[in-house]
Every structure is written in structure tokens, then in C-alpha cells.
Design a protein around this ligand. Structure first.
Ligand SMILES: [Zn+2]
Length: 243
């Protein structure tokens, strides 16, 4: 039930409702800025970068390990072949000097190849060591950033809950005031609030200027304020004016 209220009380209620809405909008803006405040975007970016680095290290490591495994297999085959040739050479069954020198040449060439492959193998092992180190450092950085992100998210959740609770309490106070206003005034207020970026009710500054659009009123409108009580409309921006 809406009780009849006087013009001064009406103006006061509208002022209070606007003040509460202004506070609510302020808190909503603060909520929007919370992720920035807690660097959540930056942390997510850093995390994605370090995870990418970790994945790329892991891939390189897998590739080189595969390569090394293949090389080890080839090296085994080569050594077996070399041993066979050496056995042949020292078996005493081959007497033909041409054949013997061919075997010697083959052994020589196999040894050279083996040395090359062993050098390559060593280089690959060094590369594996380096990549393993990089991978483990990326992994610990990932863990570090993840922990930081969790902490920041927890702090964000706490602040978010606090602000939401504050908003709910302001909304309750505002709605308790609004029930005292007529439906028409509430509809008008809501419409202006939406159209005027959250500022529907403004004061008449020094009896002659609109507190919303800051334009000086005409003589006619100033006369109106001087001879009446309650609420008015700005002739320029249409906001609700209170003395
Ligand atoms: Zn105005």
C-alpha cells in the first residue's frame, strides 16, 4: 500500500534512492575491475605462455629421444658388423692379400663411421640434458604461476562475495524506500536511470543550474522552483530535479 507522502518527503526519498543506486553502480564497477586488480588476466597469459613452452620442450625432448634411440640401434648394428669383419680378418681362413686388405679397408671405414655416430650420440645426449633442464624449469615455473593464480583467484572470490553482499544490502534499503513511491514515479525514475547512465535525480545547484547537464535554467523554470515544493524536471536533460 502506498501512503500519501508530501512533496518534501518525496524529494528526500528520491534523493536517497539515487544515492543508494549511485553506491550500487560504484560497487558494480569495482567488481568489473576486480580481475585487473588481482592481475588475473596477466596470470592467465603468463600461465598459457609457460605451458606452451613446457609442451614445446616436451615435444623436442620426445623427438630427440626417438632420434637417439634410432641412432643407438644403428650403432649396435654397425658394431656387430665390425666385429664380424674383425673375426674374419683374424680367423686365418682368408689368405688372399687383396681380400684381406679389402676387409681391413672395410673395418677402417666402419670404425670411422662408428666414431662419427658416437660423437653424434654424445651431442644428442647433451641436447637431451639441456632440454630436460629447460623442461623441468618450465614445469616448476608453471607450478609457481598456478599457485599464484590460485591465491589471486581466492582473494578475488572473497572480495567479490563481500561486494555482492554489500550490493544486496543496499538494494534492500533502496527497494524498501521505493515501495513508498507511486508506480508512475518508480517507472519514471527507472527509465531516467537507464537513459542517463545511472543519474536520474540531480540537485538544483545554487537555485539556477541543473546538477546533471550543468545548464542554467530559464527564468520561467527558476520561478517554478521558487514558488513550489517537491520535484521538477530539467527542461534540457529531463532529469528529475530536487531542491
Ligand atoms: Zn539537466
Amino acid at each position: 500500500m502506498v501512503l500519501e507522502i508530501g512533496p518534501e518527503e518525496l524529494a528526500q526519498i528520491l534523493r536517497d534512492v539515487q544515492d543508494l543506486d549511485t553506491c550500487i553502480f560504484g560497487l558494480q564497477r569495482e567488481i568489473e575491475e576486480l580481475p585487473d586488480k588481482h592481475h588475473l588476466g596477466e596470470l592467465a597469459e603468463a600461465l598459457s605462455a609457460v605451458r606452451q613452452e613446457q609442451a614445446s620442450d616436451e615435444k623436442s625432448l620426445e623427438e630427440i629421444e626417438h632420434k637417439q634411440h634410432k641412432l643407438d640401434g644403428e650403432l649396435d648394428m654397425l658394431v656387430t658388423k665390425m666385429k664380424k669383419e674383425e673375426e674374419k680378418l683374424f680367423s686365418g681362413t682368408i689368405m688372399n692379400p687383396k681380400e684381406l686388405s679389402a676387409i681391413q679397408a672395410e673395418i677402417f671405414s666402419l670404425r670411422k663411421k662408428r666414431d662419427e655416430m658416437e660423437t653424434e650420440d654424445l651431442e644428442e645426449m647433451e641436447e637431451i640434458d639441456r632440454l630436460t633442464g629447460e623442461f623441468s624449469s618450465a614445469r616448476s615455473r608453471t607450478a609457481e604461476i598456478e599457485a599464484g593464480e590460485r591465491q589471486a583467484k581466492d582473494a578475488y572470490e572473497v572480495e567479490l562475495a563481500e561486494k555482492k553482499a554489500e550490493i544486496a544490502s543496499l538494494e534492500l534499503r533502496r527497494d524498501n524506500l521505493k515501495v513508498r513511491l507511486s508506480e508512475d514515479i518508480v517507472a519514471d525514475y527507472n527509465k531516467m536511470l537507464k537513459e542517463k547512465a545511472g543519474l536520474a535525480v540531480v540537485p538544483i545547484v545554487q537555485g539556477r543550474t541543473c546538477g546533471g547537464c550543468h545548464i542554467d535554467f530559464s527564468r520561467t523554470q527558476i520561478d517554478q522552483f521558487q514558488h513550489n515544493e517537491g520535484i521538477f524536471r530539467c527542461e534540457y536533460c529531463r532529469r528529475i530535479l530536487v531542491k
